[in-house]
Design a protein around this ligand. Sequence first.
Ligand code: AMP
Length: 573
Amino acid sequence: MIIGIDLGTTNSLVSAWRDGAAVLIPNALGDFLTPSVVSLDRNGEMLVGAAARERLVSHPQRSAAVFKRLMGTSRTVTLGDRSFRAEELSSFVLRALKADAEAFLGQSVEEAVITVPAYFNDAQRKATKVAGEMAGLRVERVLNEPTAAALAYGLHERQAGREGKILVFDLGGGTFDVSVIDLFEGVMEVRATAGDNFLGGEDFDAAIISWFAQSTGLEQLAAEDVAAEDGSLQARLRRAAEQARRALDASDSTVMELEVAGQSAKAVLDARTFARITEPLLDRLRRPVARALSDSRIRSEDLAHVVLAGGATRMPAVRKLATTLFGRFPLHSIDPDRVVALGAAVQAGLKMRDGALDDVVLTDVAPYTLGIEVVESLGGAGVSAGRLLPIIERNTVVPVSRKQTVTPMQDFQKQVNVRIFQGESRLVKDNIPLGTLELKLQPRKREEQSIEIRFTYDINGLLQVSAKSLIDGVAEQIIIEQHAGLLTQEEIAERMAALAHLRLPDRESAQSRLLIARAERAYEESLGAHREQLGAGIALLEAALHDEDRTRTAMLCEQLEALIEMIEGSRIQ
Ligand code: AMP
């Protein structure tokens, strides 16, 4: 069985293709959305999801969120006294989703289709595959998120008997992707994709946080008071900002209030202010749309539909912008939070060659240009170094293999270093370096040498580069691996061994672990008598859990939940 996974910046979902349809799989709490948050508790258990998200406030030093943004880099996050790379943190989320799928499907699961933003580069895609491997999942396919959304919509539209060109506008927690897709007779052809890897709901939250800090004078608070709050203040601010942003979905204004260092910080956020402070972000949504349309040579008027994906497209400001950009109301007939996961399940069904999908064909494109660094001769005016020679241009249909012939720069060179880049800029310094390939040569005059560079880009968005001297016949090949952000196979094995003893809590205890985490957060946010009540409730529940007394656990859970609700309800909104 192959499962589909939408490994999101904010939330993750797991799905499967079952009985001729895509189904979403609930987690141990019965929810389809599992927050992409992890938290290490003192017993060496790694909490994943809603409980971990609560602990961002109560245990900021032991919890992490938004780590998808670090994928493909060597940066680490410290939880307690251990540090983790993004692929390790993601592997815990994947482990939890795998366990949910196994419980739901009643069978063990070893294979998955995982979605990534179309704009994820080679290192980020590799890191995603490694995260899967660390979680005990063979990643059968790394699928572009907007392509997954298109698959889900494509099937939906086909069932409704509709065809034509559609544009998927996918704004998630951390990334923005646009794809133009042509649907005809079961063929779903991605014509172009464009996007921004660093633009999503989280950035709108960050804009609210800076506005709030400015308008409440939080910035002026004594540095030591803020420092004393450390990560907890950040987590509380983020939580409050997200709440405020969501509140604006349905109302014109909302109050944001936070206790900081014993003082109350309070400000009213209305839709106009929100529009003003997020204008630069909204503006950044326009360019990828224009680029996807122009690359696919499709005019906005020729689109049959514009469809929304990603939770952040729920923001009225974003919907309004999409409506203005395209001169029509976008579709959101599939829940934007779920559409990518549903598409991943369709891809899993295609992989398993399910009969219901016999006539579905999907073609995808390379989202960015790939090339090498060259020095260009300017005739009598010397040379221009550091230029990008594109080998595979963006929005070429994948899989694709392209070659170019180059000559060494100097006479009698013993070696050439082929530097590989991704990006659209003319100069390599403005593009993303992917790796270097070294090719040994027989020393010859430069005009007597000829080197063939071949780029092969597969359906997973992974690149392989080879170089060969057409004169000497020597060849060298790399699957881009020398990137500093990537782990070697030995390092992966070492890290997996080190992670092996970190377990996820039992699925049965999910509800009580979430309650304890919520109570701890509420404790953090309360004072006086409420704290005492919460503290006592937590201690009793922990004792009952420890004694494995189910009846008592259930009763104490109910009591604690009622207490939290009473305390949270009594706070001024
Ligand atoms: P995704 O990565 O698709 O799960 O999208 C998550 C992003 O969508 C987060 O930034 C959420 O804050 C945002 N989001 C989810 N629901 C809403 C909502 N009702 N209103 C505004 N933003 C939302």
